[in-house]
Design a binder for this molecule. Structure first.
Ligand SMILES: C[S@@+](CC[C@H](N)C(=O)[O-])C[C@H]1O[C@@H](n2cnc3c(N)ncnc32)[C@H](O)[C@@H]1O
Length: 233
């Protein structure tokens, strides 16, 4: 696969991973979406281990696939696997309270932060059940200024379900990260997101349930990924 074909694949995969259906594909790019490109795209996204384990919203994948197929159909033969995934998404009409979104931190789809979240901005009287665009922007800035957080005790106020604090804990080598929120349901999902992204690490939740602390002295990754600040749709 050429560099350009790979770039198009990764760019589109990042959007699908995070449930972004607002994309545009240049006609020249569609010409590169050959049969084998499409097969690889499905294998690396909808049939990847991470999405099998933590599925993205079927509604969002349905919208995404319809749009992608509409782009490809006039130019290329559409791969059976794309149709199969669309049918699967269309057959699954269960109402989803939660879905998973996967935020790709590097250019190669290997560094991913998985978040359990809702599709709606306000749920049960809280705005904290979704990752806000502000959290993505702040994380971009944090990842560009990692040295400010190295070996520091970091406190996040109103962390919601945790994207910013988890990103910082994973990539900035802080001494500790404390994420706080006032909403019980938000804290519950925050704990689940910490478990997803730090499956075997040491974690402590305060007795009053309003603070969730990561003792990350033992889990800070030693290798740093290359960071690409293309979080936008
Ligand atoms: C707009 S959400 C943003 C969540 C997250 N920071 C993000 O950007 O995705 C605001 C969060 O702050 C929390 N919050 C609001 N007032 C708070 C307070 N006084 N103490 C703790 N958390 C608070 C809410 O429960 C909610 O989860």
């Amino acid at each position: 696969m050429s560099n350009l074909e790979n770039t198009i694949l990764v760019d589109l995969a990042r959007k699908l991973f995070r449930g972004c259906t607002n994309f545009h594909i240049e006609p020249d790019s569609v010409k590169l979406m050959t049969w084998s490109w499409q097969e690889l795209f499905v294998d690396l996204t909808l049939r990847s281990p991470v999405i099998k384990k933590y599925p993205i919203s079927t509604e969002l994948s349905r919208i995404f696939l319809k749009k992608l197929i509409n782009c490809i159909e006039p130019v290329q033969e559409v791969h059976d696997n794309l149709y199969a995934e669309l049918c699967r998404a269309m057959n699954n009409s269960a109402i989803e309270d939660y879905c998973y979104r996967h935020y790709v931190i590097s250019n190669d789809l290997n560094n991913i932060i998985t978040m359990k979240e809702t599709k709606n901005m306000v749920v049960n009287g809280t705005t904290g059940m979704r990752t806000w665009e502000a959290a993505l922007m702040l994380s971009d800035w944090i990842l560009c200024n990692k040295e400010l957080f190295s070996s520091k005790d970091v406190l996040e106020l109103g962390s919601g379900i945790g994207f910013t604090g988890i990103t910082l804990a994973k990539f900035c080598e802080p001494k500790s990260v404390t994420m706080t929120d006032c909403h019980e349901d938000v804290l519950q999902v925050l704990c689940e997101n910490v478990d997803i992204n730090f499956p075997s690490q040491c974690k402590n939740r305060s007795s009053d349930g309003t603070t969730y602390e990561l003792d990350n002295t033992s889990f800070v990754p030693r290798r740093h990924p290359r960071y690409d600040n293309n979080h936008g749709c």
